[in-house]
Ligand binder design. Structure first.
Ligand code: NAP
Length: 253
C-alpha cells in the first residue's frame, strides 16, 4: 500500500538535462521506480543513459534538442506523447550558468542563462500541461536552487532565473491545483556536478561551502532522486506549489 504510493509503474516521464549530473541520476531513479522515460539534452551522452534504462526493462526515448530554441518545448512534448501515448511526469532539470561580477555581466550571458533556466521551463510547463490537462493527471517537478532564496556571488542571471523558477512553480501550481496536476520543485544544495566544478576546484570557496553545510559534505546527484520520486508520485498528491530544499541542512544554519 505505502509502496504503491511511491511506485511509478506504467508512468511516462520526460526529463530535461538527462545527459549527466542530477538529470542522469533522476532518469535512472524514475526508471527503477517503474517509469518509461524520454531523455532530453543536446549531447550524445543521452544514448548511454538510455541503454542503462533499457537494461532495467523500461523504455527510453532519446530526444536531442537545444532548449534555447523556442520550438523545442512543443517538439519534445509531442515526441514523448507520440512514443509513449501520454505524459504523466515532467522534470524540468536542464540548467546552466555563466559566472562574472555583476558590473561586468554581459547581455549574452544573461540571455543564455535566462533562456535555458527560466524561459524553457515556462514553455515546457505550458506544453506538457496542455497534455496533462487533457488527461486529467500530471506531475511537474522543476529544479530550483538555493539561489531561489539567496543571492549568490557572480551569478546574477542564475539567481534571477532560479527565483523565477520558484515563482513559476507556484503560479502554475495555483492554476492547475483543482485539475489533478501538481507542480512542485526541488531546490538542491551544493551537488558535485559539472556546473559546480569551478567551486569544487577553488580551495577557499570549497572550504567555505563545506563549513556551512551541517551534513559536512557535498551532495552527490543520487541524493536528489528520492525527493524527485516523492514529488513525481502519488505520495505527494496533496503537495502543491512547494519548493523542497535538499541541501544537507544549508538553509537551516
Ligand atoms: P550539469 O551536470 O551541468 O547538467 C546540466 C544538464 O543540462 C546537462 O544534461 C545539459 O545537457 C543540460 N543542458 C544545458 N543547457 C542545455 C540546453 N541549451 N539545451 C538542452 N539541455 C541543456 O548540471 P547539474 O548540476 O546536474 O544541474 C542540473 C540542474 O540542477 C540545473 O537546473 C541546475 O541549475 C540545478 N542545480 C544544480 C546544483 C548543483 O550544485 N549542481 C544546485 C542547485 C540546482 P547537454 O550539455 O548534454 O545539452
Amino acid at each position: 500500500m505505502v509502496y504503491e504510493l511511491f511506485s511509478l509503474q506504467g508512468k511516462k516521464a520526460l526529463v530535461t538535462g538527462a545527459s549527466r549530473g542530477i538529470g542522469k541520476a533522476v532518469v535512472i531513479g524514475l526508471a527503477e521506480a517503474g517509469a518509461d522515460v524520454a531523455l532530453v539534452s543536446r549531447s550524445d551522452a543521452l544514448f548511454q543513459t538510455a541503454q542503462v534504462i533499457e537494461k532495467s526493462g523500461r523504455k527510453a526515448l532519446v530526444i536531442q534538442e537545444d532548449l534555447t530554441r523556442h520550438e523545442a518545448a512543443e517538439k519534445v512534448v509531442s515526441a514523448t506523447v507520440k512514443k509513449f501515448g501520454r505524459l504523466d511526469i515532467l522534470v524540468n532539470n536542464a540548467g546552466t550558468t555563466r559566472r562574472a561580477p555583476v558590473e561586468d555581466y554581459s547581455d549574452e550571458d544573461w540571455e543564455v542563462v535566462m533562456e535555458v533556466n527560466l524561459n524553457a521551463v515556462f514553455r515546457l510547463c505550458r506544453a506538457a500541461g496542455k497534455v496533462m490537462l487533457t488527461q486529467g493527471y500530471g506531475k511537474i517537478v522543476n529544479v530550483a536552487s538555493l539561489m531561489s532564496f539567496q543571492g549568490g556571488i557572480n551569478i546574477p542571471a542564475y539567481t534571477a532565473s532560479k527565483h523565477g523558477v520558484a515563482g513559476l512553480t507556484k503560479s502554475f501550481a495555483n492554476e492547475w491545483a483543482g485539475r489533478n496536476i501538481t507542480v512542485n520543485a526541488i531546490a538542491p544544495g551544493y551537488v558535485r556536478t559539472e556546473v559546480t566544478a569551478p567551486l569544487q576546484k577553488d580551495k577557499v570557496r570549497n572550504r567555505q561551502i563545506l563549513e556551512r553545510i551541517p551534513q559536512g559534505r557535498w551532495a552527490e546527484p543520487e541524493d536528489m532522486v528520492g525527493a524527485v520520486i516523492f514529488l513525481a508520485s502519488d505520495a505527494s498528491r496533496y503537495v502543491q506549489g512547494h519548493v523542497l530544499v535538499v541541501d544537507g541542512g544549508w538553509m537551516s544554519r
